[in-house]
Design a protein around this ligand. Structure first.
Ligand SMILES: C[S@@+](CC[C@H](N)C(=O)[O-])C[C@H]1O[C@@H](n2cnc3c(N)ncnc32)[C@H](O)[C@@H]1O
Length: 391
């Protein structure tokens, strides 16, 4: 049974809606943990022998495996189940939001216009990059950029409530598990580091920023995103928890902050939703705004490098079936090379595994999660993959 910590703009499910959402949560787990693993048998018993008979060798890349697997009825069935559950889940959350949208918009507006501890700065002339505006990432209806009614907050509410169900509670009851894991990672790698000014790139509903703030209570935190509705929601949400965060509508590719003005820049689970040139631009801008000695920390799902082609194929399901067009490209990127191109000293670049969300949540006593699988791959709450570099 899922239970997310309430706050002023969290959409409240009716009894019927909650039953539907819990059902979809269970169905998602069942499909992933009990049904999709059968693809391995379909591959070994049917697809691989056929491939070998035709080509006289084993598949060498995930693309060859995918092109063979898409004709297999079991893979077609599991992909269809996964995609359908995903769409049903978002729709179930969207129904809950639309039923109370006018009140949620009013609450967010009242919070903005009242006494606040943080701030919200939107840019009327801002042009949302095509890689966000033209795609509904992970099938979220309207994506991150939708601003369908005046003062809309839908995209933020969808992400906050939907991602909680989608990740089966993995991010914790306050959705701040990523932020807590990030802070644990920083504490492990840079024990004496005490950043005064922090920038979060791709903050969405601001959940990571609020998690980080708990570990660095004196830091001034600026959180940026391109979508106005996620920012309005994130601001109201942080204010409702009494956590001061300064939200800005801004692209990580074109930061409106002074050179050498931040001690820490964090970018979590965001590069997989950006185009390849955009990733290079964000690294360059990050280098510019970091103070000498400042740290850039990024976290993502691990690169494909070193995985066998079957595992790469499993992990790459989202690229072709879950509206994640940059997923595969990003997992092949060499971030050490991207960092060097931006100006970072290669000897101060590190990448590897660190505390995951489950560890962060267990340590902070937030929630017990099923550390097994969710969505198209064996993404669990165990270790997370990070890269960090020092200017
Ligand atoms: C998967 S979400 C990130 C989740 C978030 N970091 C968290 O911890 O909850 C990706 C976010 O990055 C934002 N984004 C994409 N391109 C961006 C850019 N160029 N600058 C700033 N934000 C961007 C999207 O609008 C979206 O809200």
């Amino acid at each position: 049974m899922l239970h997310q910590d309430p706050h002023a703009v969290l959409p409240q499910s009716s009894v019927n809606e909650a039953a539907r959402q819990n059902f979809l949560n269970q169905l998602g787990k069942h499909v992933l943990n009990e049904i999709t693993p059968g693809n391995k048998a379909a591959y070994e018993k049917r697809v691989l022998p056929k491939f070998k008979a035709k080509e006289g060798r084993e598949p060498e890349t995930r693309h060859e495996i995918r092109k063979a697997m898409v004709h297999d009825p079991y893979y077609q069935m599991t992909s269809s189940f996964q995609r359908t559950v995903q769409e049903m889940m978002w729709n179930s959350v969207d129904d809950t939001i639309q039923r109370q949208l006018p009140e949620l918009i009013k609450t967010a507006k009242d919070i903005r216009e009242g006494e606040t501890v943080g701030s919200l700065t939107l840019d009327q002339d801002f042009e949302i990059p095509a890689y966000v505006a033209e795609n509904d990432h992970h099938c979220m209806p309207g994506g991150y950029s939708g601003d369908l009614v005046e003062d809309d907050i839908t995209a933020g509410a969808l992400y906050d409530k939907g991602a909680y169900i989608y990740t089966q509670g993995l991010f914790g009851t306050r959705m701040d598990g990523i932020g807590k894991a990030t802070a644990l990672m920083l504490g492990r790698e840079f024990p004496d580091f005490n950043p005064e000014k922090i920038l979060e790139i791709g903050c969405t509903a601001g959940a990571a920023s609020t998690g980080i703030k708990g570990f660095y209570p004196d830091a001034e935190i600026h959180a940026i995103d391109v979508g106005p509705a996620v920012l309005r929601y994130g601001h109201a949400r942080a204010e409702s928890f009494g956590i001061p965060i300064h939200f800005h509508q801004m692209s990580g590719e074109d930061l409106k902050f002074d050179d050498e003005s931040f001690d820490l820049v964090n970018c979590g689970a965001t590069f997989h939703e950006m185009s390849r040139p955009a990733v290079y631009n964000v690294f360059k801008e990050t280098y510019r705004v970091l103070k000498p000695g400042g740290v850039f920390l990024m976290s993502e799902l691990p690169p494909y490098d070193g995985m066998d082609p079957w595992m790469q194929f499993v992990k790459d399901w989202d690229t072709y079936n879950n509206n994640e067009p940059f997923w595969g490209t990003m997992h092949e990127m060499d971030f050490a090379e991207v960092a060097e191109a931006a100006g970072f000293d290669p000897s101060k670049y590190w990448q590897g595994f660190g505390p995951g969300i489950a560890e962060a949540n267990a340590l902070t006593n937030a929630v017990e999660v099923q550390n097994k699988k969710f969505m198209g791959s064996t993404r669990g709450g165990g270790n997370a993959w990070y890269a960090h570099m020092v200017k």
